[in-house]
Design a protein around this ligand. Sequence first.
Ligand code: SAM
Length: 343
Amino acid sequence: MRQRRHGWAFVRDVCRGVACDVDLEIRKAYEKYPFPYAVDIDFLQYTPARARQELERFRLAHADLHRRTFGLAPDRLAGRIVWDLAAGTGWRALAMALDGPRELHAFEGSKKAVGFAQHFAQLLGIHNVSFQHLSLFDLASFPHAQRPDLVFCTGALHHIFDLRRVVHALARCCREGTEFYFTHSSYRSIRGVLKYYKNWRCWAEGGSDLDRRLAAGERVWKSWVKSTPVSLRIDQINDLAGVLYVARSREEITRLFREARFDIEALPTVQGLSQHLESWREILLLPSSSSGKRLLKRTLRLGVDVLRALPMPKPIDRALGVSVAFLFEMRPYYFKAIYRGNG
Ligand SMILES: C[S@@+](CC[C@H](N)C(=O)[O-])C[C@H]1O[C@@H](n2cnc3c(N)ncnc32)[C@H](O)[C@@H]1O
């Protein structure tokens, strides 16, 4: 270990894996701030109605991701053995539980996050999912009688520093034909570049100390967006500092999976403006707690409907969709990998 504890040279060393134990730092960050975060009220104060509202939001997002990006039919999970890796506070797994899998196991490295997930499952009366406190590095130690048919992992692999080790651990759990659908963040949009820059700047300012990084994160965010409400700042806090975004190219990810005997393809993610509008509309239809928010949503929905009604030639629709994504969205990579077996 080198002695440099902060600064851009420290970040360079972090990225080379010689400055600190990144995987340990990431675990500490998610233990402190489980994801997604409780923005307005404490998770333990959730009523069943509030939990159902949150579940509905994730159900829509998950259905959209599965259908549009992963190309999965709506009944694809029914009767299957499904795993969700790095499940956070469990919303996606809870949403998948509604699709009728035969077995559903969700793995997560933050003990606090697992506790919240179990609490939500109870609150919602969902009993066909098990939440396991387990690091992805130790997946192979999970005592499973049957190997999974489908495995999902969203929003997490870009935090894993030693990805090769996790991919090999996963391979040991798969059977020939197990399908693995996952995301990996990228910096191929303005938001992506900002996210990576913000994140690494916090590591430069805060160094190897989690609390200093989080404080640096708040400072950076406040200096960028002067009057941000506290709730939004909390929502940003891990992104800003606690965790590390490990930059990887599609080629590097592909190589790591091929080494571990997976066939892998990067999935296309280009959406037209009409598809963006459709997703926005679904989100704007979700119920809101205050009349102010309801009015705002209704106004935005009207705008969306007007845009949807405009006749739009396909190439223009596509070009606008790409521009919207480039300007405003985090554009992760999406992958489908199929285990070839060890024969
Ligand atoms: C951004 S959250 C994504 C949560 C969820 N998959 C989603 O899409 O909402 C990343 C999650 O990965 C988990 N994680 C990071 N490294 C992990 C590891 N080595 N083992 C298990 N979980 C890990 C974190 O604790 C965190 O809950």
